[in-house]
Design a protein around this ligand. Structure first.
Ligand SMILES: Cc1cc2nc3c(=O)[nH]c(=O)nc-3n(C[C@H](O)[C@H](O)[C@H](O)COP(=O)(O)OP(=O)(O)OC[C@H]3O[C@@H](n4cnc5c(N)ncnc54)[C@H](O)[C@@H]3O)c2cc1C
Length: 340
């Protein structure tokens, strides 16, 4: 089987961690099928990036490193990815599910007559047949499937494989010629607008997930709301613990209902059955009840802890490893002081 591990570089010319994770999978599939592996890289500094993974044992390295792909642009990325897939003659194309590839690889699949699947969490070859896995129905059903179509392109989810570590060296990459048309070059990326580092609350690579529940916005024991204070406590903790921020549905819903709540929280933070299913080593929930539709989003969090006033909250019914029964305002103020 001919396998292509397809990557793009980042602005600094390096490969994203998600690419190195895909490389681990691609090498395993090569082993399992007795196939051949090519590494294809597009983007600025592609040839140098190939050298950094030279020790992976790929038979060939293909690059498109021209000025046209220095910026992440649909038309040029699609043309470059199409050229790399065609040149490699790959039957199986494994690529990281980054924003850049999620945009352009469906177009490359169409041009190469390939079929494409997204959010792949596992690929294995048994008895010569390649089997992929992905979650369906909001991460509730894990499906295993195969396809007869070739090429078969898979965009892999980040965080499910160990990133490849190995020696760099001389990769002697082949620069694949791509005939970019004037129309391909018509769009120009003039800049990137992104929130400040501390405004970016969703951090998939953080070791800890902190999840805030609606309790932060409820009347507290003095009969008053303390929403501003809650915001300060939570943001202080996020910065000190370098933690990612999740939310219960109730808390983010309050916002859309126009009620005063935590202004740095959006539906993107929601964890659960109808929210996201993040993967972090540890999770800490505060002022959230631990209802089943919420806790289902915690299935890939290895160690779970919760703070709740209520000793009979959902977390105490077997959903958390440790429950601190106490006032989250007091506990988090103390935790922040200890972290200072
Ligand atoms: C089909 C369906 C899908 C759903 N999907 C999701 C989903 O994806 N994600 C999700 O989150 N929910 C989901 N829900 C809603 C879910 O069932 C819960 O209603 C919701 O998660 C509850 O949010 P909460 O725990 O923040 O709020 P509440 O249930 O109001 O709990 C607040 C908690 O805060 C505690 N508290 C208050 N003050 C303090 C304090 N000072 N210190 C410590 N604790 C305090 C209280 O004891 C209470 O337990 C779904 C529901 C349905 C029916």
């Amino acid at each position: 089987m001919k396998i292509l591990a397809l990557f793009h570089t980042q602005d600094d010319g390096s490969l994203p961690k998600a690419a190195l994770e895909v490389l681990t999978t691609a090498m395993a599939i090569k082993e399992q099928t007795g196939g051949t592996l090519a590494v294809g890289i597009l983007g600025q500094g592609a040839a140098n990036a190939a050298e950094t993974v030279a020790g992976c044992g790929a038979e060939s390295f293909l690059t498109v490193g021209s000025e046209a792909v220095a910026q992440a642009r649909y038309a040029t990325d699609t043309a470059a990815a199409t050229a790399l897939i065609r040149d490699s003659g790959a039957e199986l194309v494994l690529a990281p599910g980054t924003a850049r590839f999620a945009r352009c690889l469906p177009g490359a699949a169409h041009r190469t007559g390939a079929q494409i699947d997204t959010h792949i969490v596992s690929v294995k070859a048994e008895g010569g047949q390649v089997q992929a896995q992905r979650w369906f129905y909001r991460q509730r059903i894990l499906g295993t499937f195969s396809r007869a179509a070739r090429p078969w392109i898979m965009l892999a989810d980040a965080g499910v494989n160990m990133p490849w570590h190995g020696a760099s060296g001389a990769a002697s990459p082949k620069e694949v010629a791509v005939g970019f048309s004037d129309a391909d070059l018509r769009t120009s990326v003039t800049g990137v607008r992104s929130p400040a580092a501390d405004a970016q609350t969703i951090k998939p690579d953080a070791a800890l997930l902190f999840v805030a529940g609606a309790g932060w916005t409820k009347k507290q024991k003095d009969g008053q709301f303390h929403i501003a204070e809650a915001g300060v406590l939570i943001q202080d903790f996020l910065i000190k613990a370098k933690s990612s921020l999740g939310s219960s549905k109730s808390l983010v819903d309050l916002q859309s209902e126009g009620q005063e709540t935590l202004n740095f929280m959006t539906h993107m933070n929601q964890v659960g059955q109808t929210g996201s299913t993040p993967r972090h080593a540890k999770g800490l929930s505060a002022c959230c009840h631990g209802e089943e539709p919420h806790a289902v989003g915690w299935r890939f969090i290895n160690e779970r802890r919760a703070i709740n006033l209520d000793p009979n909250c959902g977390w105490a019914q077997g959903k958390a490893d440790v429950v601190y029964v106490g006032d989250a305002f007091e506990i988090m103020a103390k935790v922040n002081a200890l972290l200072s």
